[in-house]
Design a protein around this ligand. Structure first.
Ligand SMILES: Nc1nc2c(c(=O)[nH]1)N[C@H]1C(S)=C(S)[C@@H](COP(=O)(O)OP(=O)(O)OC[C@H]3O[C@@H](n4cnc5c(=O)[nH]c(N)nc54)[C@H](O)[C@@H]3O)O[C@H]1N2
Ligand SMILES: Nc1nc2c(c(=O)[nH]1)N[C@H]1C(S)=C(S)[C@@H](COP(=O)(O)OP(=O)(O)OC[C@H]3O[C@@H](n4cnc5c(=O)[nH]c(N)nc54)[C@H](O)[C@@H]3O)O[C@H]1N2
Ligand code: SF4
Ligand SMILES: [Mo]
Length: 757
């Protein structure tokens, strides 16, 4: 493929889960620069929208971080380049040795996709199968698994995930979520402005910080950090006590409302409002506005998921829309389709636990925060090796210090990434992947209702020399490990040459005859159906398999979107480089997706009602003398994008990622704008630039997410938030870490001290 500098190339932004459609014009001396970038008006969800970050994607594509050769750690700890054949042979050998000595279950898999690339993880499933790996995790298991568990209790299955319709809802509620900066639904800023400008609609924000979103809200509950459980309970108590619940709806659709009514009927609204430090009038106004609305959509995110009582918070948030009947209806919460699962897979279901410390495994994912515990142990079943793909867990999971210790204890580790990341620097081998614009890619964040969109993206550039796409990396590793052989594929190659129908028939038959191939579906499609799609397009074949499964799972919804069957859906994906609406739902589909045998919502979750009953009273919520501040470690700002951008030059403003603090606290400590301050927690200590920001409450400070990456010369840019966090500080049920609620101490730093620190 020659790089096409003459036209606009259709692809997507890879910086957040929304993956807006964009068009890129290439240029520069070698035709590889992203010369111009604009929103793609033909994308079926984003319709030309982008935020400012997409325009800087050249920093990802052409930054100095790009690796162009496999790397092997030498005895002295440095990395030396090795050729691909050597790397594949030695990585396969390393994994095989661990498997043979300790069993495949001791090989742990992390990642499988960041914000824009989940196709690679599908092929990674083949490598996991080849070595017998059973346990995995990804970023979801430090944010969303508590919410998924709650979905499972209420609706019958953790995969009954609900989504809001912010574009059409009357009342939008954001709990610990700042969509102005973090998005989370298509065209977020346009939608937020439309709600704010319409007197018939309302926006309610629950956030201790006056965010850009809170600035647009009708009601801002500026809750004391970490006390959402009380604030959300107070809202529920008002609904119950003022008898605002939707009784006819509850009688028809839900069990155990009596338990909910008794629980929240007994709660003192004034006392809970006092603990959460929110005005009782405002809380009552919010509850009444929600109850009176024709439709309500609620978005919960990291502000409650990565804070104390996180799983309980998710439960309380969902009770608000459920007891007011804002479910399975236009503008409200609905259970969406998904093009493919983002769960972890692995053996068994139900109450699976981690092998060493017995943590709950939710949607196949072990809690990310528990990984060091599962390695730093003498337990015979501990993890001994790790495969990391498209994730940077040493930087992004809590407690980077312990994560590095854990890596050091492993017998073997390999990282597949485009960059020499903080995690790669802990691994035995690093395998360089082609970028997301140099190969077929897709993301499985298909979270919309009623119209759900999937975007299969084609490469717009040749691979950077020395890199390989994930399917090819996994194919070589699995072949080296003997997962399957040429003989297994002979018939499929022949059938593929005869056309799609012959291939479909042969595929089902051959997989029946050779069941071990079922573990390598993505790679088998890549090798056999792939070549019929044209040179360079082989990886798109995986989408053929996913399209079949998607159609079998949601036949009516896929047909409503105009695709008669899985083949037609796949053809549409190939024919539409701007993205495809793959499913269109009707509102009663949500009811069909409930998975409890009685078809009803089960409102009572005993474990969480017990936690609610044991919440401490105000008297026990004392300030901590040693660490008087609450630090939100990892705020989304206009200048953050996880660690996908590693080149600090991409940040036009806030280059070092300032520490935000309100003017009262700053004055108490003697800090002004631009000063430096030392933040100390139980786990670490860092120095930050100070920015006075009066949208914060006294006692609450914040630093951005995704900074603190280290370049090839060892220069660190900004603060790495997880040098300050602890993996022990996490939810009792889901293990989600309290990134937003780190106890900290703060002091001014003089110029001379700063140069030492
Ligand atoms: N610009 C940008 N956008 C992104 C990303 C990025 O890195 N940069 N990352 C993407 C990813 S991976 C995700 S998961 C989403 C996350 O998106 P968000 O969850 O919206 O992001 P955050 O800013 O981390 O946290 C949201 C809010 O929680 C608030 N908060 C802190 N403590 C509490 C508390 O105790 N209670 C309540 N109610 N709120 C609290 C913070 O003040 C903050 O405004 O963003 C996505 N979008
Ligand atoms: N303290 C604190 N910690 C947090 C958060 C917080 O708010 N506070 N937020 C958390 C959240 S919500 C999330 S989602 C995580 C995100 O953290 P991670 O899941 O670790 O993800 P990213 O930083 O997005 O890293 C993605 C990796 O993929 C690599 N990559 C990019 N393109 C490709 C490709 O095509 N192939 C391969 N193989 N690799 C590629 C990038 O170089 C990068 O190393 O961070 C979490 N960590
Ligand atoms: S909202 Fe911004 S960061 Fe997210 S995908 Fe769209 S352009 Fe990229
Ligand atoms: Mo995330």
């Amino acid at each position: 493929m020659a790089n096409d500098t003459a036209t606009w190339n259709q692809t997507a932004c890879i910086l957040c889960s929304i993956n807006c459609g964009i068009e890129i014009r290439l240029g520069g001396s070698d035709g590889r620069d992203f010369e111009r970038i604009r929103g793609d008006k033909t994308h079926p969800a984003s319709h030309g929208y982008t935020c400012e970050k997409a325009l800087r994607l050249d920093h990802y594509q052409n930054g100095e971080h790009r690796l162009t050769t496999p790397m092997r750690r030498s005895v002295n700890g440095d990395y030396e380049p090795v050729d691909w054949d050597t790397a594949i042979r030695e990585v396969a050998q390393g994994l095989r040795a661990v498997r043979d000595a300790h069993g495949g279950a001791s090989i742990f898999y992390y990642g499988g996709g960041g914000q824009g690339n989940h196709l690679g993880g599908g092929f990674g499933a083949g490598l996991r199968a080849a070595v017998g790996s059973e346990y995995s995790a990804n970023a979801l298991s430090q944010e969303k698994t508590g919410e998924f568990w709650v979905d499972g209790q209420l609706f019958g299955r953790p995969r009954c995930h609900t989504t809001g319709d912010y574009e059409h809802t009357e009342v939008a509620v954001f709990v610990g979520k700042n969509p102005w900066q973090s998005h989370g639904f298509p065209r977020a800023r346009t939608v937020l402005k439309a709600i704010a400008n319409d007197p018939a609609r309302a926006m309610i924000v629950i956030d201790p910080r006056r965010t850009e979103t809170a600035d647009l809200a009708d009601i801002h509950l500026q809750v004391r950090p970490g006390t959402d459980a009380w604030c959300l309970s107070a809202i529920l108590a008002v609904i119950v006590q003022e008898d605002l619940a939707n009784h006819p709806w509850l009688a028809e659709h839900a069990n155990n409302y009596e338990t909910i009514a008794a629980t929240f009927g007994a709660i003192s609204v004034p006392e809970y409002c006092a603990i959460a430090d929110v005005g009782e009038d405002l809380v009552r106004a919010a509850a009444r506005r929600i109850a009176a609305a024709r439709s309500v959509s609620i978005f919960e995110d990291l502000g409650i998921q990565q804070a104390p009582h996180s799983t309980l918070n998710s439960y309380l948030e969902k009770l608000i829309f459920l007891i007011t009947g804002n479910f399975a209806a236009p503008g409200s919460m609905n259970i969406h389709t998904r093009f493919a699962s983002l769960g972890g897979g692995g053996k068994g279901g139900g109450d699976r636990r981690t092998p060493v410390t017995g943590q709950r495994i939710i949607t196949g994912l072990i809690p990310g925060a528990a990984i060091p515990d599962e390695i730093l142990s003498d337990h015979p079943d501990r993890f001994r090796a790790m495969i990391v793909e498209s994730g940077n867990p040493v930087h992004s999971l809590p407690d980077s210090v312990r994560m590095r210790e854990a890596f050091a204890k492993l017998d073997f580790s390999v990282v597949i990434d485009v960059a020499m990341t903080e995690t790669a620097k802990c691994a035995d081998y690093v395998l360089p992947a082609s970028s997301q614009f140099e190969k077929w890619e897709a993301t499985f964040f298909t979270l919309e209702f009623p119209h759900n969109v999937f975007h299969l993206r084609r490469p717009i550039l040749d691979p950077l020399p020395g890199t390989l796409c994930e399917p090819e990396i996994h194919r070589r590793l699995v072949r080296e490990l003997g997962g399957y052989t040429d003989d297994d594929l002979t018939e499929l190659h022949a059938a593929a040459a005869q056309g799609r129908d012959a291939y479909t028939e042969a595929f089902l038959r051959v997989l029946g005859e050779r069941p071990h191939l079922g573990r390598y579906v993505g790679l088998v499609l890549f090798e056999t159906l792939g070549p019929t799609l044209g040179a360079g397009n082989e990886a798109a074949a995986a989408a053929w398999g996913l399209a079949q499964t998607c159609f079998i799972t949601y036949p009516e919804a896929v047909q409503r979107a105009g695709h008669q069957d899985g083949n037609a859906l796949f053809d549409a994906l190939m024919a539409h480089p701007e993205g495809v609406t793959f499913s269109i739902d009707e509102y009663d589909e949500t009811w069909k997706r409930l998975d409890h045998a009685d078809g009803r919502i089960h409102l009572a979750i005993p474990e969480l009602l017990e936690e609610l009953a044991s919440l401490p009273s105000s008297a026990t919520l004392q300030a901590n003398q040693e660490f008087p501040f609450i630090l939100s470690a990892g705020e989304r700002r206009s200048s953050t994008a996880n660690t996908i951008f590693r080149d600090p030059a991409w940040r036009k403003k806030d280059a070092q990622g300032s520490l935000r603090i309100c003017s009262k606290d700053a004055a108490d400590i003697g800090l002004s704008n631009g000063d430096r301050a030392r933040i100390t927690t139980a786990r670490g200590s860092v120095i930050a630039d100070v920015e006075i920001f009066d949208g914060l409450r006294p006692g609450h400070i914040s630093i951005p997410n995704g900074l603190g990456t280290v370049d090839a010369d060892g220069n660190i840019s900004g603060i790495a938030p997880n040098e300050l966090t602890s993996s022990a500080d996490r939810d009792w049920l889901a293990g989600t870490p309290h990134h937003k609620h780190v106890r900290a101490q703060l002091e001014a730093v003089t110029e001379s001290a700063a140069t030492v620190g």
